[in-house]
Design a protein around this ligand. Structure first.
Ligand code: GLV
Ligand code: MN
Ligand code: MN
Length: 394
């Protein structure tokens, strides 16, 4: 049997109907939302039709299990609050197409909450042992909903955790989500390593007050503290970071968020990423010291939420070679080896078995946005490389 590109593309377009944003091909399908749960139930039917056994674990990870030992392929089907149609979905639907058409045993997975509504790659982090379930259950999303409450929404579907020993390795196909392949007009990236990440919530508490009567020098304004923190942090990072290091304050909750009130409290996400674990630790020290000094200089309190993180990981050399060999056949002179600046479930799975990843280009390097897209010819080239690599492994 050979892969059927039309069937693969149709299944990808079918999946984007769940949580369709109505803007371009974008999707709104965060973990455990109605759209996410409906998509997972639909995927379970697709898995069954492909001749695999669908299996939900206690945290919403959906497996399609082959009989006996198999290679595991997949990614995630949840999205960012404003997400693209391919981030995660591509790896899951490519996995399913390879499982349908391969002569070797292939299992499929769609991990839950890769996009971090609750943590960082939550579902695969729990499965791999990187995040204890009791700790995960206490994590809350930005609206204060605990993970335990969210996963209970899928409780009626849940079986046991799947034994990782069923699988001989894991390969994840994904869009690059950055500009390199698109800019170089290349079709395939064979991933060498995935960067590490640290992520936590920080709060500044000051004094909520009247915006007309409170003199500037008496204010303990949470927004002003955040603004000063952001500027100071950028300056203090300069001696520590490289051009590859990134940091982001992506979610800010200002209280009470009203034009005529000096804000008394702000809680915000603080995330930083780098390929060097020591650098991540040095940056943590700077984050904490800067926040404490900013708070103390303004007569405010600072508090830190739990620090979540994943270490940088290298991809398995044998699996990388299989992908590189297939890339050279399918896209000669149009592929490269490259690191991943985005996080992936593969990071967690690397704790359990050999893992590798391949990328296809993202048009204009855009992702985590409704505009995210990839030429269909590149999607199909990636599918062919994945399928070719899997078939050389046995
Ligand atoms: C995963 O989506 C990431 O944030 O890198
Ligand atoms: Mn992803
Ligand atoms: Mn993502």
């Amino acid at each position: 049997m050979s892969i059927k590109p039309e069937r693969f593309l149709k299944s990808l377009h079918d999946l984007r109907q769940f949580g369709s944003s109505g803007v371009g091909k974008g999707v709104v399908r965060p973990a455990f939302s109605d759209a996410d749960i409906a998509a997972r139930k639909w995927l379970a039917d697709q898995i069954k039709d492909a001749g695999l056994t669908p299996h939900f674990d206690p945290v919403g990870n959906l497996f399609g299990l082959a009989d006996g030992p198999s290679i595991l392929l997949g990614s995630h089907s949840d999205s960012q609050p404003e997400g693209g149609w391919l981030d995660g979905a591509l790896g899951v639907m490519a996995a399913l197409e390879v499982a349908r058409s391969s002569n070797v045993p292939v299992s499929v997975v769609s991990f839950q909450d890769e996009e971090g509504r609750f943590g960082v790659t939550t579902g695969s982090a729990i499965w791999s042992g990187n995040l204890p379930l009791t700790q995960a259950d206490a994590l809350c999303d930005h609206a204060g909903v605990p993970f335990a409450e969210a996963r209970a929404r899928m409780g009626d579907l849940a079986g046991d955790f799947v034994a990782p020993s069923r699988f001989t390795g894991y390969i994840e196909m994904h869009i690059e989500q950055g500009p390199t392949l698109d800019a170089e007009r290349e079709q395939i990236g064979v991933v060498t390593e995935i960067v590490g990440i640290r992520d936590m919530k920080i709060s500044f508490d000051g004094q909520q007050n009247h915006a007309g009567t409170t003199p500037m020098h008496l204010r303990r304004d949470a927004f002003q503290a955040l603004s000063a923190f952001n500027t100071e942090l950028g300056e203090r990072f300069q001696n520590v970071v490289t051009p590859c290091t990134v940091w982001t304050i992506g979610h800010v909750s200002l209280h009470p968020n009203a034009s005529s009130i000096v804000p008394g409290r702000v809680t915000f996400s603080m995330q930083w990423r780098d390929g060097d674990a020591d650098r991540l630790t040095r940056m943590e020290g700077i984050v904490r010291t800067t926040a404490k000094e900013i708070a103390s200089a303004r007569g405010m309190e600072v508090s830190f939420g739990p620090l979540l993180g994943l270490e940088p990981v290298d991809m398995d050399t044998k699996l990388q070679s299989a992908l590189a060999g297939a890339a050279e056949q399918i896209a000669p002179n149009k592929w490269r080896r490259m690191p991943s600046g985005a996080l992936h479930d593969a990071t967690n799975v690397a704790k359990l078995m050999p893992v590798a990843m391949l990328f296809v280009p993202s048009i204009n390097g855009v992702s985590h946005a409704f505009e995210e897209d990839t030429d269909e010819a590149d999607l199909v080239a990636g599918l062919r490389v994945l399928s070719g690599a899997v078939n050389t492994l046995f």
